[in-house]
Structures are given as structure tokens and as C-alpha cells.
Design a protein around this ligand. Structure first.
Ligand code: CA
Length: 477
């Protein structure tokens, strides 16, 4: 068994859903180069974002903490970049550290990347073509397509290193984030009709009010900037919705195709250097994405397509290729997993658990029984997703929309009573039927509320003031 400290490459895309990766059984595209990572290592089937939004997920990955601890709970709450991260821990242990691409956790004093030997990051959401890159020396423009440029600069940084100390490289792509602008090399792909998900016509009838309140329906809320062309005239509403879906997915998948090519470049480059076997290579995305599921684009909700992160991991020196890992992990766990692989102690503040044992010599070791989720942006003006939190176990999902009317300033007011949702994913994997009020689920419901309560306590979060004490706790007291 090698004792060599691995190099680490974390490829993080933005909004790349697992169901647009062929290793996960995609029916809409092929991603042969991303699949190579799974073939050389493991596919993780139950990896979840703990707050399904770009900046918060990035902060959780970096710091190994939940949003309420790292402070990046929304897109409007920049990171205090001086807080401990797996990068600061690695650097202290002698790793060289670099990041190229999307940062999106604030810009300026205190918010720019820290503890990186080299950093070059897009400003805010960044541009697909001729992007501006911020470095220690200021802002400059790189000409070309962003996914290629991020890969070029990433490789260039590693090639510039001397010496034998290991290195950690974060390749953070902008793609395939809205507004889904493909490069000319992929612009003609996916002309054939793209399969439409079964839940495309979801009317949210058997759900709380939150799903109906959101403005994320493809049929109604994609803009002309998203679609990039006007629809043909004379379509029925149903035909128009399908036309928009096709247009959306074409560009989304074309952006993914460029990511796939560039992942292939990284894999080839690692192999050519003779580094592939001793590199912990991870491919993931900051969250999932609705690809017409429930009629939606975007993410935010605690529903499965949104919170599920793709995660493919290879490290041939330590990880034998094998069956998909089934245990539940979260983005908060990445930091400690990477640190354990590097033989570096985690920071005491980190809240996750390493899943390296499950990937290496203890494949059956349990992780956790339940994951905690919390989405903070309340009724933002573009998506109108309402704030909520909840727990997901292997079988069930309990969600609490507190509906307190305290939305983001300047957005549409709403004032409802709190609403709960409960899904039994064993009988309803698409999460179409809220069974919270069904008597046969009363016991499960109250047990999950206790789990929620306990997780909030363990993780130092504060429940919303309206959250009732679970009956099971109230009666046993
Ligand atoms: Ca994202």
C-alpha cells in the first residue's frame, strides 16, 4: 500500500445534474470522459447539497461546515475567506494549493480566495466568452471559451510547479450554469427531440403551496435571453412548453459536452504525467438541477433532482473500482474526506464526516441515518422559492416551509401559515404526493420531527420560531 500523499483535483461544475451524466444512467446525453472517472473508481449515488444553491454549496465544500456556521447562506452573503478550510489545512501541511474558475462567494478585501498559492477566479457569475479573471494582480480578460480557459490555466499552474510536494487543484467551471451558452464546437449537438421527463406536466396538486408559488416553470419563466430565439408562431400552449424545453436542454447539454471534453483533457494529462494513479480526482457539481422535472428549471427546493450532487471519485492507488457507494453523504463531508486522504487532521470546527473508509477498505460502513437541509433565500424575485428546511432519511423526506412572510426585501410579499411536506420515496420516488396529513404516516412524521429537532441541536442551528416541538418530545417531557 502506497504511503505517498496524493495530489488532489476537485472538478466542480455549476448546476450539473447527475441525470445528465451517462454514468448515472442519463437518457438525455452521453458523457464518456466523465464516466471514465467512475469506471476507474466509484460512483457515489446519494450525495446531497445541504443548501441547494451555488455560493452556499461552495462554502460548505470548502469549509466543511453548514451555511449557518460558515455564514454563506444565500447568494447575497459573501464568505469571510479567512475561516478555516480544507485548503488552509492542506497548505499548512505542505501542499501547494490552486484554484481556477468560478468562486462566486464575494469579491474584495476579506472575500477573495485565501490560502491559495495561486488563484484566478471569475468575477461573480462570470462570462462564457472572453471571461474576466480576477487574480492577485487585478482583473484581466482571457479570450476564448470559459470551460477551455479554466482547464488551460489549471494545467498551466500545475506544470509551473517545481519540487515533489503534492498539490491540490480546484477546477471550478462556470458551465453549465444559466444562461447556457455553448461554444461553436458543440453548437449543433442535440437537434433530435430530447426525452421529456415523466413529471414535466406536474401540477403540484398534492403538495404544499410552495411548489405552485415558485416561478421556475420552463413553460412560463424562461426568458428570451435563456431561449436565444423566438418560438415559432402558431404553437399550442403544450407545443410551446415542449419547444422551450427542447431549446433549454439543447444549450444545457451542449455546455455539458464541453465540460466532458475538458474533463477528458484533465484525465489524459494526469495519465501522461504518470500522476493519475496517485491523484484523488473528484468530479462533482455544487448541486443538482431540474431538467424539466416537475416542469422546472433551476434548483433550490429540497426535492431530489435539486439536492442530489453527482460525485465520481478515482484514486487508483487506494480506491479499487467497485459498485456505486449507496450511503448518504453531503457536501459538508468533502473537506474531511479530502483531508483524510491527504493524511491531514481536520479542523475542529468542521461538521462533516470523512467517507474515505467507504471508498477504500470499509465499503459497508454506515455514514449517517439522516441529512439536514436548509434553504434560506426566501421568495427571491427571480424564482420565488420559499425558505424551508428538513431531513432526508433513506426512505423519507420531511420538509418545513415556515412561510413567515419575511422574504428578501423588494420581493413579492406572501403571508401564509407554516406548511409541512412528507414524502415516502419508496412508494413515491418522484415526490408527487405529500403524505404528511395521512393518518398511516403519523408515527413516521413525528419521529422525523424529532430527528429534525436533534439534528438542529447537534449542528448548532436555530429552528425557526414557529417550528412546533414534536409531539413525541412534548409528551415524553
Ligand atoms: Ca450552482
Amino acid at each position: 500500500m502506497t504511503k505517498k500523499r496524493p495530489n488532489i483535483v476537485l472538478i466542480l461544475t455549476d448546476d450539473h445534474a447527475a441525470h445528465a451524466i451517462s454514468a448515472y444512467g442519463s437518457v438525455v446525453n452521453e458523457t464518456p470522459r466523465i464516466d471514465e472517472i467512475a469506471a476507474a473508481g466509484r460512483r457515489v449515488d446519494h450525495c446531497y447539497a445541504t443548501n441547494s444553491l451555488c455560493s452556499p454549496s461552495r462554502a460548505s465544500i470548502l469549509t466543511g461546515t453548514y451555511s449557518h456556521i460558515n455564514g454563506v447562506s444565500t447568494l447575497e452573503t459573501p464568505i469571510d475567506a479567512s475561516q478555516p478550510t480544507f485548503i488552509s489545512q492542506l497548505r499548512e501541511a505542505g501542499y501547494r494549493t490552486g484554484i481556477v474558475g468560478k468562486w462566486h462567494m464575494g469579491e474584495g478585501e476579506g472575500h477573495n480566495p485565501q490560502n491559495f498559492d495561486s488563484w484566478a477566479v471569475l468575477r461573480d457569475q462570470g462570462e462564457y466568452f472572453d471571461p474576466q479573471l480576477l487574480t492577485e494582480d487585478g482583473v484581466h480578460i482571457e479570450s476564448g471559451y470559459v470551460t477551455d480557459i479554466i482547464t488551460d490555466l489549471s494545467v498551466k499552474w500545475v506544470e509551473s510547479l517545481d519540487g515533489d510536494e503534492p498539490w491540490c487543484l480546484m477546477i471550478h467551471h462556470k458551465a453549465p450554469h444559466r444562461s447556457w451558452e455553448p461554444d461553436p464546437a458543440h453548437a449543433d449537438m442535440y437537434r433530435d427531440p430530447i426525452p421529456v421527463p415523466d413529471t414535466f406536466d406536474d401540477d403540484y396538486a398534492d403538495r404544499s403551496s410552495a411548489a405552485k408559488h415558485a416561478t421556475m416553470r420552463i413553460a412560463d419563466y424562461l426568458t428570451i435571453e435563456d431561449l436565444k430565439e423566438f418560438p415559432p408562431e402558431g404553437l399550442t400552449p403544450e407545443e410551446l412548453a415542449l419547444w422551450k424545453y427542447q431549446r433549454y436542454m439543447e444549450d444545457y447539454l451542449r455546455c455539458v459536452a464541453s465540460v466532458d471534453d475538458n474533463v477528458g483533457r484533465v484525465v489524459d494529462w494526469l495519465k501522461e504525467r504518470g500522476d493519475f494513479d496517485d491523484t484523488l480526482l473528484m468530479y462533482t457539481s455544487d448541486q443538482g438541477f431540474f431538467l424539466g422535472d416537475h416542469g422546472w428549471f433551476d434548483k433550490r427546493f429540497m426535492y431530489e433532482e435539486s439536492i442530489k450532487m453527482p460525485l465520481l471519485v478515482s484514486w487508483p492507488a487506494r480506491i479499487a473500482p467497485g459498485a456505486p457507494m449507496e450511503q448518504m453523504v453531503t457536501n459538508v463531508d468533502f473537506a474531511q474526506t479530502i483531508l483524510e486522504a491527504a493524511g491531514v487532521e481536520p479542523h475542529a470546527r468542521m461538521q462533516g464526516m470523512s467517507f474515505l473508509p467507504q471508498l477504500t477498505d470499509e465499503p459497508d460502513r454506515p455514514t449517517r441515518d439522516a441529512i439536514y437541509y436548509r434553504y434560506y433565500e426566501n421568495d427571491d424575485q427571480h424564482h420565488h422559492a420559499l425558505a424551508h428546511y428538513g431531513v432526508r432519511t433513506e426512505r423519507y423526506k420531511l420538509i418545513y416551509f415556515y412561510n413567515d412572510g419575511m422574504g428578501i426585501p423588494g420581493t413579492s410579499p406572501h403571508q401564509f401559515v407554516p406548511e409541512w411536506e412528507l414524502y415516502d420515496m419508496q412508494v413515491d420516488p418522484d415526490e408527487l404526493h405529500n403524505v404528511y396529513h395521512r393518518p398511516e404516516y403519523a408515527q413516521v412524521r413525528e419521529e422525523l420531527k424529532v430527528t429534525l429537532w436533534e439534528l438542529q441541536k447537534d449542528l448548532d442551528d436555530r429552528p425557526h420560531p414557529s417550528q412546533p416541538v414534536p409531539e413525541l418530545l412534548a409528551t415524553s417531557a
